[in-house]
Design a protein around this ligand. Structure first.
Ligand SMILES: [Zn+2]
Length: 686
């Protein structure tokens, strides 16, 4: 219990918390405390960095790299608490602070990575790397640090650094304008429908929503079909009227091609700017720059893996197409299957073949049971860890629950905050945060969160989940394990501090245990009767999960190739045309399938222009290849045993970023990953 009048003078962020695990004093922190903590945190870190950079003693690993790991504690702590609150329980005050401090924090990072004296010390150590007698983790830390400096431009001359800075500003402006035009076009391209019977087939709730949307735009008595960012649109699964489907599809696929929201010139300018910056920083192209610090390491490796999935995908897609074609001709004799027919006939086939009723499925997924008898149970079976709820730790919202996690021998492993229910102060989606990173050097144990947006039941009602939400729980918990199992020395290399194309391995891998029959049989029980899910329902669930797998993978692969092709161009080879480039990319990769357009076409491919997935869209499929391949190892080696779990924990989950991700994986698997297991899981292997 705190008495605010007496604590008014004290900013709880400014001092190390006296609570267990040093957890934040969520019962005392006020939004306005963050300004002082950010200011003081930046001041303190810069002063420490200046000391390290200005040290008159010759650089050593300890007085430079290890010293850097020890500074900035206040700022790091503040940023972690801030991000948890900003994403999970935000208000206007926090958003204002975010807008005010985001650019300041970027400048703060630059001031450190571009500090010439600091860079000189790191470089001198890097150049003498082999003679320093470092262990693997130290070596990795040195390489990481050095790479961060170089990638920011620290190795360039001062005029070159100015060019990079100007390029950064120019790109930021193009990003902002692209973001604006893509969003404006999604809204502008929404379809206005004059007659209700054109919407035949659409669920009543969607028709009502379309009427309300039209009304809100001043078109009372009409219907407005909004677009979502992907090429295919949800309404296309339902609209019976073929001309209407064609209209919706064409509106979607021709977005941003002309008029005031045309993005052609901006996209080409962005490709050029990225290529120019990459060249300045010493890379052949933007893909080479981006992939340099990933697991894949080069575009060629990433593409190689994707290419191996193309033949099976194309074969399956053609089978799916002919099945849908037959169905289409029952309605329209002599018709040819068009991209706007695909979702509609797929939905017809799906309904006829699987007859899945999600509300029936939900009766078997009660949140607390899924957590204890599913998520926690699987972790105990595999890793021997146990969980005890704590009610004495302050939380930022009454829905948050805190669990202490213990090793098999009873020793403390870390703390887990679970915050599952949606509320207006939370952003959409599900994610994991780290409130504290494990570190041997700083004697810190991990504190992690899992946050989601499951609908909150009325008081007294059970929280029932969909199968997707169950999967999400296992997924986020996999990230939590990656943070909790971390057993490293340096905080920069701790837990989930791994490349983007590796970070989803632990989470996607953990999803597999939701399907394991010994686990599923425990948690999937009727919330009233306790009866297990009937086998026939489970079987329909499993088959439905593989449905339309060829299409899903083909549109994804096409987008991955498109992304990579744009970013492998040197600045002088950037074309004037978007469409011809796009066509030739699809053709080159064998994915020129008329009925299957890419998941995003170039002009509205937000992920690669505004969302930091440039030359990185492949990582979705890359991690899926890894997790399926890792799970296959379990199947080949006796399945869900303590021994197998321990092996994964020792060789992968505890290692954070202390070793090259590809080498880590190879150590666990005994070889590099192959896409075979993924193709089988998606029902594409013959
Ligand atoms: Zn994830």
């Amino acid at each position: 219990m705190s008495d605010r009048r007496h604590t008014e003078q004290v900013n709880p962020l400014l001092q190390q918390s006296p609570l267990p695990y040093g957890v934040p004093r969520f019962d005392q922190i006020r939004s306005e405390d963050f300004r002082a903590a950010f200011d003081e945190g930046m001041r303190e870190e810069l002063a420490d960095v200046d000391c390290i950079a200005g040290d008159t003693a010759p650089p050593t690993f300890v007085n430079t790299l290890e010293a850097l790991e020890q500074c900035g504690a206040l700022l790091r702590r503040t940023q972690r608490v801030f991000h948890v609150l900003l994403s999970a329980h935000s208000d206007e005050a926090l958003q204002k602070i975010d807008a005010e401090y985001s650019p300041k924090l970027v400048a703060h990072r630059d001031a450190i990575t571009l500090n010439p004296r600091l860079y000189a010390r790191v470089k001198s150590l890097y150049d003498r790397g082999d003679s320093l007698g470092l262990d693997t983790e130290q070596r990795q830390l040195l390489e990481e640090r050095y790479r961060n400096h170089v990638r920011a431009g620290a190795a360039l001359s001062s005029p070159e650094q100015d060019t990079v800075r100007a390029n950064n500003v120019a790109r930021a402006n193009v990003v902002a304008e692209l973001r604006r035009r893509i969003l404006a076009e999604v809204n502008a391209a929404a379809i206005v429908v004059d007659e209700r019977d054109h919407l035949d087939g659409l669920p009543e709730t969607d028709i009502a929503a379309a009427a309300a949307a039209a009304n809100a735009r001043g078109s009372a008595g009409k219907w407005l079909l909004p677009l979502q960012n992907t090429t295919q649109q949800p309404a296309l699964g339902y609209l019976r009227n073929r001309a209407m489907r064609e209209r919706v599809f064409k509106a979607s696929v021709s977005r941003n091609t002309s008029g005031e929201n045309d993005t052609t010139a901006l996209v080409l300018q962005m490709v050029r700017l990225r290529a120019e910056r990459a060249r300045l920083l010493g890379f052949s192209d933007h893909a080479a720059y981006t992939l340099d610090d990933t697991m894949a390491k080069s575009a060629e490796n990433a593409l190689g893996l994707l290419r191996r999935m193309v033949p099976a995908t194309v074969t399956r897609t053609k089978e799916e197409a002919s099945r849908l074609h037959v169905r289409l001709r029952m309605d329209v004799p002599d018709a040819t299957l068009e991209p706007w027919d695909w979702q509609y006939y797929a939905e017809q086939v799906r309904r006829a073949d699987y007859a899945l009723d999600e509300s029936e499925v939900r009766q078997y997924f009660e949140l607390d049971r899924v957590l204890r008898d599913g998520v926690f149970y699987a972790a105990t079976q595999l890793y021997g860890i146990t969980f005890g709820e704590r009610h004495d730790i302050p939380v930022y919202h009454p829905d948050v629950r805190v669990f202490e996690v213990f090793n098999a021998d009873g020793s403390r492993l870390g703390l887990l905050y679970l915050d599952y229910f949606a509320r207006p102060s939370k952003r959409g989606g599900a994610w994991m945060n780290q409130l504290a990173m494990q570190s041997g050097l700083l004697s810190m144990l991990p504190v992690v969160t899992n946050i989601a947006n499951f609908p909150k039941p009325s008081p007294g009602d059970p929280a029932l989940l969909t199968s997707d939400q169950v999967r999400t729980m296992f997924h986020e918990f996999g990230h939590a394990l990656h943070g909790l199992f971390s057993s490293v020395r340096y905080p920069s290399l701790s837990g989930t501090s791994v490349p983007r194309d590796f970070v989803e391995l632990p989470s996607q891998f953990n999803e597999h245990w939701a399907e394991e029959s010994s686990v599923f049989g425990r948690y999937a029980r009727h919330h009233q009767t306790g009866e297990p899910m009937p086998a026939s329902l489970k079987e329909r669930l499993d088959r439905a999960a593989k449905f339309n797998g060829g299409y899903a993978l083909a549109e994804m692969l096409a987008a991955c190739f498109l992304d990579m092709d744009w970013h492998m161009l040197p600045a002088i080879q950037v074309p004037q045309q978007v469409d011809t480039f796009e066509d030739s990319s699809l053709k080159t990769h064998g994915l020129e399938i008329r009925e299957v357009p890419p998941r995003y076409r170039t002009r509205y491919f937000q992920h690669i222009w505004t969302l930091a997935y440039a030359a990185g869209y492949y990582s979705y499929l890359w991690s899926e290849v890894l997790d399926a391949d890792a799970y296959a190892w379990f199947k080949e080696n006796g399945g869900m045993t303590r021994q197998n779990g321990q092996r994964l924990r020792d060789l992968v989950l505890s290692r954070g970023g202390t070793k090259d991700a590809a080498a880590l994986y190879r150590e666990f698997r005994g070889r590099d990953a192959t896409p075979d297991a993924l193709l089988e899981e998606r029902g594409l292997q013959y």
